[in-house]
Design a protein around this ligand. Structure first.
Ligand SMILES: Cc1ncc(COP(=O)(O)O)c(C=O)c1O
Length: 390
């Protein structure tokens, strides 16, 4: 489906003010998302916080249906939490490991996840191993297949890393995991909203995502998917009286659904905003988003490669909207600051955010220019001119 760029940019007030290539940090929210949240805050101010939640209970409930439809899951398989890290941690720390259990991950793994593997390895005697990458950069499915044995307890990796355009072959990895009956945890923080993500097609057991990045939702919200059948087997690492009911003085009963990974108090405005963002993304269409943002990202990579002194650092046979580069003679932090002075937003990927990849490729801090479908061709041209002029 062709995109109505004019309408979409009208829906995105931030596009009048900034050239925003920091969608992998936090994307510009559409008006529908902003109004959903500010409307709820106004209702809380007028009616009282608990009363507002009661008045909006159907809408709040519908957020689960929206997320479930987005990733082809059931509503009972979704928990809405503070961010992707909480979603990921709640699930990961619920898994049981014994000495010698193997956790297989990818070279581009995200720092927060890897740190958690190290902590669990230290506590339990499990071991963390990295699956080799293909020469192009993505996880090698063949190498994974060769590494599998009956001590592999978990395959866990990021779908799209924080530091570049790479897309890992999630469905092929899911097929290996399924064939061998191994739990597959997918960090889809940078892929949900960017491209179609279908948990059935991928075959992951657990998936984590955030609202503020490619979904264009608010800060401070994220969600967790846990496959039905697995939910009931997992005891969350922390529980309260929302996750479980105190049924007798010496006993509690956990909720049956994935919301056992939530807790009682939450930011309802953000939750409603997340629902609005998911509905907006689905109305635009995830295929549409994916094909358009790749056109922009490819044009950006090609244009940057033509600028003397600029090197593009993205790897992967399939590349998405995150474009990373360095420019000779300038630090990435300086580039970010100088672009910001011209109201051009990028971020910097520090080496420690993906340490294994950083060491393997000897990467310095990278400028991360991440495009979304609502960006324009004109913005790509203006960005290239700004980088050329640095
Ligand atoms: C690949 C990846 N995973 C997880 C996260 C963490 O997401 P959150 O900040 O919502 O916890 C990020 C954030 O940048 C990320 O890029």
């Amino acid at each position: 489906m062709a995109i109505d760029l004019e309408r979409i940019r009208r829906d995105t007030p931030g596009t009048d003010h900034v050239l925003h290539f920091n969608n992998a940090g936090a994307a510009l929210m559409p008006t529908a998302v902003i109004e959903a949240q500010t409307g709820h805050l106004a209702l809380e101010a007028r009616e009282g916080g608990y009363e507002a939640a009661n008045l909006m209970s159907e809408k709040i409930d519908a957020v689960y249906d929206s997320i479930a439809a987005l990733i082809n899951a059931g509503r009972d398989e979704i928990a809405v939490v503070e961010n992707a890290t909480v979603a990921w941690d709640m699930a990961f720390y619920a898994l049981a490991f014994r000495p010698g259990d193997r956790i297989l991950t990818a070279e581009v793994e995200y720092a927060a996840n890897y740190i958690a593997y190290l902590q669990v390895a230290k506590r339990t005697g499990a071991v963390v191993e990295t699956i080799p990458s293909e020469p192009a950069g993505e996880v090698s499915v063949e190498a994974l297949e060769r590494m599998v044995d009956d001590r592999v307890r978990l395959i866990s990796m990021t779908h799209v890393p924080t530091n570049g355009g790479l897309v890992n072959p999630a469905a092929e990895i899911g097929a290996v995991a399924k064939r061998h009956g191994i739990t597959f945890l997918l960090d889809a923080c940078q892929s949900v909203g960017q491209m179609p993500v279908d948990v059935q097609a991928i075959g992951c057991d657990i998936l984590s995502a955030t609202a503020r990045k490619y979904l264009r939702g608010p800060r401070g919200a994220g969600f967790l998917y846990i496959r039905k059948g697995l939910v009931e087997k997992l005891e969350p690492p922390m529980i309260d009286m929302f996750a479980a009911e105190w049924v007798e003085p010496g006993r509690y009963e956990l909720r049956k659904d994935a919301r056992r990974f939530e807790n009682w108090e939450n930011n309802y405005a953000a939750k409603i905003g997340l629902g609005a963002a998911v509905d907006y993304a689905r109305a635009v269409g995830l295929e549409t988003s994916w094909s358009r943002l790749r056109v922009l990202a490819d044009a950006l990579r090609a244009g940057l490669s033509d600028i003397p002194g600029v090197s593009v650092k993205d790897i992967g046979s399939v590349k998405g909207g995150i474009v990373t580069f360095v420019k000779d003679g300038l630090s990435s932090d300086d580039i970010k600051t100088r672009l910001r002075a011209e109201r051009v937003n990028v971020s910097v990927s520090p080496p420690s955010s993906t340490l294994l990849d950083t060491l393997a490729r000897d990467l310095p801090p990278l400028v991360r220019a991440s495009v979304h479908y609502y960006n324009s061709e004109d913005e790509v041209d203006r960005f290239l001119a700004a980088v050329r002029a640095l």
